[in-house]
Structure formats: structure tokens, C-alpha cells
Write a protein that binds this ligand. Sequence first.
Ligand code: F6R
Length: 256
Amino acid sequence: MEVIVTPDRGSAARIAAKIVASLLARNPSGVLGFATGSTPVPLYQELIRMHREEGLDFSRVTTFNLDEYVGLAPEHRCSYHSFMRENLFNHVNVAPQRIHIPDGLTDDIETFCQSYDQQIRDAGGIDLQILGIGNNGHIGFNEPSSSLASRTRIKTLSAQTLRDNARFFGSEENVPKHVITMGVGTILESRRCILMAFGESKAVAVAQMVEGPVSSMVPASALQLHSKVHVIIDEAAASQLTRLDYYKWVYENKPR
Ligand code: F6R
């Protein structure tokens, strides 16, 4: 893992956006994996700025989102369909027919999930997957104890995630308990990942992901098995890393 510690979210977003832009410069038809939640918002704002001011072109891009709540229609204000429209898709030139987000209203979840993984394969696989991390170490909605080989499927959210996401729904009772999420195995098949994390509440999960043992109890730790992961975090999220000085030294002395 490459650990990049930045002074603030804006700097993190700019580094992540440059990685997205350089991928699209090499391959304008790249396949991007997107996340929702608070963490990627500054990245999406930077991508929108680059689209408007620098001509960053999404017209040939294909996208796959990590997850969606079961039971929420795409129009629901808390659905991840709405989130992506509001925070990115309405503001850049992604072709609507190449946007993929799990269908929270499907009446055959198992078949849907298999076909989602197949659609990713048919698109040639995900070139770059954007990730956040839960306070409990989840990626996507793969909660602790998720199989590290898991594929897209239905998951039941943990009590902690229901609490963490209550802020979007007004109260904990309104948060759907079930989600469709890409599996850890699905995520590991992406060619490159960017995981971002900000704030002290993520510090323990980040340290366990980077320095802890690989364990299904911290699903993000499976990223240690991936050869191209950029972990882009602020000082607060980095505060529990024991080898912080080394990561900073490596980044400052990165070979050209
Ligand atoms: C969202 C997702 C989750 C979030 C994580 C962090 O699509 O897959 O893993 O990335 O829960 O959420 P925030 O960014 O709101 O702290």
C-alpha cells in the first residue's frame, strides 16, 4: 500500500483526482468504481471542477458503484442513485447508459448480484475503484466477518454502521438494514484502488487496515493483498499508524 498523508481533504482530493485524470488520459474508456458517503465528496467536487475548467472527459467512461440500500427507489433522496446524481453524475458528461449502481428494488437479489459481477467482467473489469472505510473497517458494506472472497451480494448492516449512517436519514430507525454491496473479492479484482479516510474516527480502522493482520474482522485489511492501493488520508486519520514517519519519508522520496 502507498500511504499518502495530506494536510487536509482538499489536498487529498486533488491527489486522488490526478490519479483518475491520468488514468483517463491513458484510457478515455476506463472503468471507474465509485463510492458514496462523506469521504469521496471533495474528490467528486475536484473532478467536476476539472471537467468544467480543464475538459476532463467522462463521455466514454463506464462506472460501477459499490453499493445501494435494499428497498430504496433510485428517486429516494437517501438512495445512492440520488447521491451519485447530486454529487457527480449531474455535473459531468458520463453517459447514463454506462452508469451502474445496484438496484435496491430488485425482486431477485441473488440473480441481480450475479449479473452485476458479470456486468463488471463484461466491461473488462474495474480499472480504478474509489473506496472509503467504515469506522469498523468495512469497505463497500462488507461488515466485519465478511468473507474476504465474497462477491456482490446482500448484507445486513451492523449496529455501528446503522448509527454512523443515521445522519443521512434523520434517525437510526430510518436506515435500511440491508444493502447490496460488491464483495471484498469483487473489490480486490479492481486493477487499482484509492482508499480515502478523514478524521480521527477513522484512525483505528486505518491503522488496522494498513498495519494489522489480514482479517475478515477488518475487511479493509484485505487490501494488503492488492498490489496497487493508494491510501490517501489526513493527519487525524493517520494518527494511529505506528510507521507514519516512514510512510511520509517514502512519499517525499518517491522515485520519479
Ligand atoms: C459507501 C461505502 C462505505 C463508505 C464508508 C465510509 O459507498 O461503500 O464503505 O465508504 O461507510 O463512509 P463515510 O465516507 O460517510 O465516512
